[in-house]
Design a protein around this ligand. Structure first.
Ligand SMILES: [Zn+2]
Length: 67
């Protein structure tokens, strides 16, 4: 973790927000850590154990299932 993130917290890169089918996600603008916007619209770090639901897309560019 870079020092500004340790002091100020992570900052989501609003130009790189994407939707994983459940929540909005974005990388931290400074260190690239995966972040998630929760139901109260607070950005926090993505937690693999808490947030690793199978109906989420894992990556921004993952294509949907082809019909
Ligand atoms: Zn960060």
């Amino acid at each position: 973790m870079q020092l500004p993130c340790a002091i100020f917290g992570h900052k989501p890169d609003k130009t790189r927000v994407w939707n994983d089918n459940v929540d909005f996600r974005a990388p931290c603008i400074r260190c690239g850590a995966a972040m998630l916007r929760d139901e109260r619209k607070n950005w926090r770090l993505f937690d693999d154990e808490m947030d690793g639901a199978s109906n989420r897309k894992q990556h921004r560019h993952e294509k949907g299932e082809e019909l």
